[in-house]
Design a protein around this ligand. Structure first.
Ligand SMILES: NC(=O)c1ccc[n+]([C@@H]2O[C@H](COP(=O)([O-])OP(=O)(O)OC[C@H]3O[C@@H](n4cnc5c(N)ncnc54)[C@H](OP(=O)(O)O)[C@@H]3O)[C@@H](O)[C@H]2O)c1
Length: 338
């Protein structure tokens, strides 16, 4: 099968940072699906895994954790899907990624592809939708059924891949959403995704919130930099509020600063369930199935903004370079094989 892979960890400007390769076709076992990949998206996790270091892989390493495709084979333990089903999924960080024509994935973290979307529109969503769903509805315990409607959520970085779908999921739960972005293009995108208010993270956040008549927010979702926004988060969160972050940091965080307000802080990592094979790992199948239903019902829309074709090393290098610029708005998807 065709695949895009790395052997060495190089700056993306190097032609050898990602290579077109041929690899043996994999075979499904247990609860695995063999998927013929039609479209893949890129996420910052790809560039973080690929970041330059002195390490050489003995065999090509395939990246990519967002795919849509068609089931071509099933392991003996598979119960949710059959050959011919169209699916979308993110996969597991501890297994080879999906930048390959054929890919193995555990059915417990796969959803059926929304029928109303094409493969590229579907591939834009799984990783970010699982992340935002788990962050808002599990970590922050926001009731998707509307019990918390009218409460306020501040999303720091609203126009990125995660922010784009988080805005929509929060609106579905009836929240009042304030998203941050700093350019006319990214600010307009936040509004298109449904944000009630857009403020600029390059300017003072507390002041801008006050100008909106919002002194403090009930929930805060940090999708860009945990340490850099820590003091601001402590300042603008309400007593008993909840803060969730998806961005790792090596810096110590002043957790004690949250005690006066009895605020909860949570990490969210969407790979935790597949990485640790948790007992509730199948929740990600349920989340993707629910997201597909909302998409088909017109309650959510795809966050796809840009398409590249075909799926090749050259196009994936261009996609990684764009991610590394820190200016991605919505999602970029690659479709079709070279
Ligand atoms: N833990 C998890 O499970 C998980 C899952 C997915 C992603 N992540 C992490 O979450 C982060 C975001 O991912 P993503 O895919 O949403 O990102 P993305 O699409 O690359 O985000 C791009 C956006 O970042 C904004 N931005 C750049 N610098 C900023 C700053 N200093 N403050 C606020 N916003 C800034 C830009 O907006 P403007 O141009 O308007 O400034 C741009 O539109 C990454 O670090 C990723 O690794 C974690």
């Amino acid at each position: 099968m065709k695949a895009v892979a790395l052997k060495r960890y190089l700056p993306i400007s190097e032609p050898e940072s990602l290579l077109d390769v041929e690899l043996p076709d994999p075979k499904p076992e247990g609860r695995e699906l063999l998927v013929r990949v039609q479209a893949v998206s890129v996420n910052p996790v790809d560039t973080k895994v690929r970041s330059p270091k002195d390490k050489v892989e003995a065999s090509p390493r395939v990246l990519g954790w967002d795919a849509a495709g068609v089931v071509e084979g099933v392991g003996p333990g598979v119960t949710h899907f059959k050959v011919g089903d169209a699916v979308f999924y993110a996969g597991s960080l501890t297994r080879p990624g999906c930048d390959s024509e054929l890919h193995l994935v555990d059915e417990r973290i796969v959803g059926r592809k929304p029928g109303s979307l094409d493969f590229a529109q579907a591939a834009a969503l799984p990783l970010t939708a699982i992340t935002a769903h788990e962050a808002l509805f599990d970590r922050c315990a926001i009731d998707v059924g509307g019990r918390h409607a009218g409460r306020t959520l501040l999303i720091i970085n609203g126009a990125g891949g995660v922010g784009s779908i988080a805005i929509q999921l929060a609106k579905l739960a009836g929240l009042r959403v304030i998203a941050t972005s700093s350019r006319p293009e990214s600010q307009q995108w936040c509004r298109d995704m449904g944000a009630d208010h857009v403020i600029n993270h390059r300017e003072e956040i507390p002041r801008q919130l006050k100008e909106l008549g919002i002194a403090e927010v009930d929930y805060l979702f940090n999708t860009v930099n945990t340490a850099a926004y820590w003091d601001v988060m402590v300042e603008v969160i309400k007593p008993f509020g909840r803060i969730v972050s998806i961005v790792e940091t090596e810096e110590p965080l002043k957790l004690g600063a949250l005690m006066r307000k009895s605020v909860s802080f949570s990490w969210e990592l969407m790979f935790t369930r597949p990485m640790f094979q948790t007992a509730d790992m199948e929740e990600q199948h349920r989340i993707l199935t629910q997201v597909a239903e909302w998409l088909d019902a017109g309650r959510l829309k795809s966050t796809l903004r840009e398409r590249l074709s075909p799926i090749s090393a050259a196009n994936l290098r261009a996609a990684h370079a764009k991610l590394e610029s820190g200016k991605m708005v919505g999602k970029l998807v690659l479709e079709g094989w070279r």
